[in-house]
Design a protein around this ligand. Structure first.
Ligand SMILES: [Zn+2]
Length: 67
Protein backbone atom coordinates (compact mmCIF):
# COMPACT_ATOMS: atom_id res chain seq x y z
CA UNK A 1 0.00 0.00 0.00
CA UNK A 2 1.51 3.28 -1.10
CA UNK A 3 -1.22 5.52 0.28
CA UNK A 4 -3.42 5.68 3.33
CA UNK A 5 -6.25 3.22 3.25
CA UNK A 6 -9.69 4.65 2.59
CA UNK A 7 -12.12 3.97 5.40
CA UNK A 8 -15.76 3.09 4.65
CA UNK A 9 -18.54 5.62 5.17
CA UNK A 10 -19.20 5.80 8.94
CA UNK A 11 -22.94 6.03 8.33
CA UNK A 12 -23.57 3.15 5.92
CA UNK A 13 -20.30 1.23 5.68
CA UNK A 14 -20.01 1.61 1.91
CA UNK A 15 -16.58 2.48 0.56
CA UNK A 16 -16.23 6.18 -0.26
CA UNK A 17 -15.46 7.26 -3.81
CA UNK A 18 -12.59 9.57 -4.65
CA UNK A 19 -13.15 12.10 -7.43
CA UNK A 20 -10.08 13.85 -8.74
CA UNK A 21 -6.92 13.21 -6.77
CA UNK A 22 -6.24 12.82 -3.09
CA UNK A 23 -4.75 16.33 -3.01
CA UNK A 24 -7.17 18.13 -5.36
CA UNK A 25 -10.64 16.65 -5.46
CA UNK A 26 -13.24 15.27 -3.13
CA UNK A 27 -14.44 12.15 -1.42
CA UNK A 28 -18.08 11.28 -1.37
CA UNK A 29 -20.31 8.44 -0.18
CA UNK A 30 -21.85 6.93 -3.36
CA UNK A 31 -24.63 5.05 -1.60
CA UNK A 32 -28.06 6.48 -2.45
CA UNK A 33 -29.52 4.77 0.59
CA UNK A 34 -27.03 6.41 2.95
CA UNK A 35 -28.79 8.68 5.48
CA UNK A 36 -26.01 11.27 5.45
CA UNK A 37 -23.98 10.88 2.24
CA UNK A 38 -21.01 12.78 3.64
CA UNK A 39 -18.49 14.50 1.39
CA UNK A 40 -15.04 15.88 2.05
CA UNK A 41 -13.77 18.56 -0.32
CA UNK A 42 -10.07 19.35 -0.43
CA UNK A 43 -10.68 22.93 -1.58
CA UNK A 44 -13.33 23.77 0.95
CA UNK A 45 -11.09 22.53 3.72
CA UNK A 46 -8.10 24.35 2.33
CA UNK A 47 -6.53 21.00 2.82
CA UNK A 48 -3.27 20.44 1.05
CA UNK A 49 -2.46 17.05 2.43
CA UNK A 50 -4.02 13.73 1.74
CA UNK A 51 -7.78 13.87 1.33
CA UNK A 52 -8.01 10.24 2.33
CA UNK A 53 -6.48 11.10 5.66
CA UNK A 54 -9.07 13.83 6.17
CA UNK A 55 -11.86 11.41 5.35
CA UNK A 56 -10.48 8.77 7.66
CA UNK A 57 -10.16 11.27 10.48
CA UNK A 58 -13.74 12.34 9.97
CA UNK A 59 -14.84 8.72 9.73
CA UNK A 60 -13.43 7.76 13.08
CA UNK A 61 -16.03 6.54 15.59
CA UNK A 62 -15.43 9.58 17.80
CA UNK A 63 -16.66 11.81 14.98
CA UNK A 64 -19.84 9.92 14.21
CA UNK A 65 -22.07 12.77 15.32
CA UNK A 66 -20.43 15.25 12.94
CA UNK A 67 -22.45 15.77 9.77
ZN1 LIG B 1 -22.67 6.49 3.43
Amino acid sequence: MACAELAPCPFCGVEAKLYGTSSDGYLHCPNDACPVKPSVFSKRLGFKGNLIEAWNTRSSPADRAVT
